[in-house]
Ligand binder design. Structure first.
Ligand code: SF4
Length: 351
């Protein structure tokens, strides 16, 4: 495993979250006795860290394991293997994978999730007061008038009027519903938020408003984000660093500026090439991905990307590449990451 920790690491710069060798396999069962006949390798030995106050973007196609990674961090699903170290203000440094039920309940005050679908994630029978107040009530953080005041404050913070608190979700638009979801997630004043495709279900015109709001709230509340998305152009606007996932593995990780301007993995190059630019002239070439995403239940040998990679050579079919630090802080899982000259994006489109 490569050493992904920041080089100068005095106690104050210790990352808020460190993920080491995180693995999640789902068993495939067949027959009358439901015998295990295989494994879907949804997340396969993933390593990264997130510094306090930072936003790490986690990007990849549907089914690459990015949402599963986020759900493991919350222990919404049980990881198969690995460590998730979190610096909790009360519990100190803990391995989330090893916590008991009561400790998980405590940690979840500080690790929250924002969901993709603002329609499905809000109970239509509950008022905003009930929805936003639910985590406060469940964690015993506020009751009665104090709870109402906190809900009013959260609604204001996300740009909704406190008078709305007795209304039901159906009275609100998609963008407003996502604001309600944000208020619910942030009501306990967490430290770390997993944003699971929070703008994917919204109109493009509303996406920018929610992204700006997320940035403002990060500054005001000192939040740290893991921002999960399938769209690199969304991630570009909010992330300090970006990790690209392919079939359960991180294949490239770098600062946002470097990953976009100077990608080192052919898969990243292809994803960048798919971003629509306002002026297509600066684009030197278009990289079209052919073939299907590899099956995580039966991935190809060697580099998982080799059947779709236009730079593949014989070694790619037989040997899995290392996760190599090609320049300081820029990691790539490709045999030719140091040699290939790939095309990036110089100027991102405005949102
Ligand atoms: Fe392509 Fe080979 Fe690099 Fe995999 S290791 S991305 S197949 S060049």
């Amino acid at each position: 495993m490569p050493d992904l920790m920041p080089q100068s690491s005095p106690a104050s710069s210790e990352p808020l979250l460190v993920v080491e060798g995180l693995t999640k396999y789902f068993p495939i069962r067949r027959g009358f006795f439901k015998r295990v006949v295989g494994q879907v390798k949804a997340v396969d030995h993933v390593d990264f860290y997130v510094q306090e106050g930072e936003t790490l973007g986690l990007v990849g196609e549907s089914g690459c394991g990015k949402t599963t990674t986020g759900r493991c961090i919350l222990r919404a699903i049980e990881p198969t293997d690995g460590r998730i170290l979190f610096r909790d203000p009360k519990l100190g440094r803990v391995d989330i994978c090893k916590l008991d039920k009561e400790q998980i309940r405590l940690v979840r005050r500080n690790i929250r999730m924002i969901f993709q679908d603002p329609y499905a994630s809000l109970n239509p029978r509950m008022t905003l007061l009930d929805i936003v107040g639910a985590p406060l009530r469940a964690m015993g953080l506020a009751h009665g008038k104090e709870l109402e005041d906190r809900v009013a404050q959260m609604l204001q913070l996300v740009g909704l009027r406190p008078e709305y608190m007795r209304r039901y979700p159906h009275a609100f638009s998609g963008g407003q519903r996502q604001r309600i979801g944000l208020a619910r997630a942030l009501a306990p004043y967490p430290k770390f938020v997993v944003c699971d495709e929070p703008v994917s279900a919204l109109d493009v015109s509303v996406q920018a408003q929610i992204l700006n709001l997320l940035e403002d709230l990060q500054e005001q509340m000192g939040l740290t984000y893991l921002f999960v998305a399938h769209d690199l152009s969304v991630v570009a606007h909010i992330s300090d660093r970006v990790a690209v996932m392919y079939v359960g593995k991180i294949v490239e990780l770098a600062s946002t500026a470097e990953l976009f301007s100077s990608p080192k993995h052919p898969y990243t190059e292809a994803l960048l090439s798919a971003i629509p630019l306002p002026d297509p002239r600066p684009r030197e070439k278009r990289v079209l991905l052919t073939g299907e995403v590899a099956n995580p239940a039966n991935p190809p040998s060697g580099c998982y990307f080799h059947p779709r990679c236009s730079y593949a050579e014989e070694i790619c079919k037989t040997h899995e590449p290392e996760f190599d630090e090609v320049t300081p802080g820029h990691y790539v899982k490709c045999h030719f990451g140091r040699e290939l000259s790939l095309t990036g994006v110089v100027r991102m489109p405005d949102r």
